[in-house]
Ligand binder design. Sequence first.
Ligand SMILES: CC(C)(COP(=O)(O)OP(=O)(O)OC[C@H]1O[C@@H](n2cnc3c(N)ncnc32)[C@H](O)[C@@H]1OP(=O)(O)O)[C@@H](O)C(=O)NCCC(=O)NCCS
Length: 292
Amino acid sequence: MNPLPGLGVCTVAEWPALLAALDETFVTERGRSGSLAIRFPAALGQPHLADLRVVRDGAAIVSCCATRRFDWHTPAQSWRGAMIGMVWTRPGARGRGHAAQVLDFTLQALDADGVDFAVLWSSLPHFYARLGWQRHDRGVLGVSAGTTATATRVDAAFDPTLLEQLRATHEPLRVLRTADAWQARPLPAAHTRLLADETGAAYALLGEQDDTRYVYEVVGEPGCFPALWARISAGAGRVYVNDSLGSPFHRWLVTHTATRFNAQSLAHWWPLSHRGRAAHWRGWHIPWFDRI
Ligand SMILES: CC(C)(COP(=O)(O)OP(=O)(O)OC[C@H]1O[C@@H](n2cnc3c(N)ncnc32)[C@H](O)[C@@H]1OP(=O)(O)O)[C@@H](O)C(=O)NCCC(=O)NCCS
């Protein structure tokens, strides 16, 4: 494929300045901290620059988007997915079609490479709908007050092998996580915590910012949910829960707690391959923790 003039991939020399610009837009201007390279090591730590596509005006990068490829596991088969994030145009160059162009270039490249589907999360639905993305989200966001119970500060050690065993047993649909992927620190939390049930039959993965907790996932035996929830909410001012409609933990929270849930509408999909277009992707949900 011969891209149009100005379209290409980010070079090693260009990456530090581009990262600084992305950090400014997506982190600093939003009142957050922690570089995207640290928060999303799988996609932006030592980025696979071929997956960081850009538009240049002369020598200067004016627009870009990042791609994180992943394997999506379903009981019947595995799929090649690509998440798109950090869609960005330099402030002075906005409104000239650069973002649309870099997204189109990216989709063409992913399609040529045999990727089954692309997915992104955005609160600009009109922009993406106009380009042809299909908005469909099974996500729910819950909010709950914390409790005044004393929080136990002991976190579990990250043992990806054990965690993957629990995911394999309890999550029939899942993103296959690399070691890097387990190091993610999604926005806006300052750090990620892992709480493990003492039986080892379930865990909770959450982010924390001051006294606010952001639950990314609770996976394992439902019998462990009450004790894990007690630890998640102990000492918290507020607890946000990211989950998928009808998951075991979502159902448990709805039945046993006062957590108030709202449907999310951030996910936008673009089925690429023939089998991707025929897939039941409307039943899929990519957890918050895996996203870029
Ligand atoms: C969103 C963004 C990438 C668009 O880049 P761009 O090169 O100007 O995009 P295009 O020229 O292809 O399309 C412009 C369209 O984007 C839409 N758009 C851009 N920013 C928008 C916003 N904040 N709210 C609503 N729509 C917006 C408009 O529909 C605009 O259409 P118009 O020209 O008819 O008004 C750019 O505004 C940006 O970098 N914003 C900050 C980072 C960000 O929010 N990224 C998106 C994360 S999902």
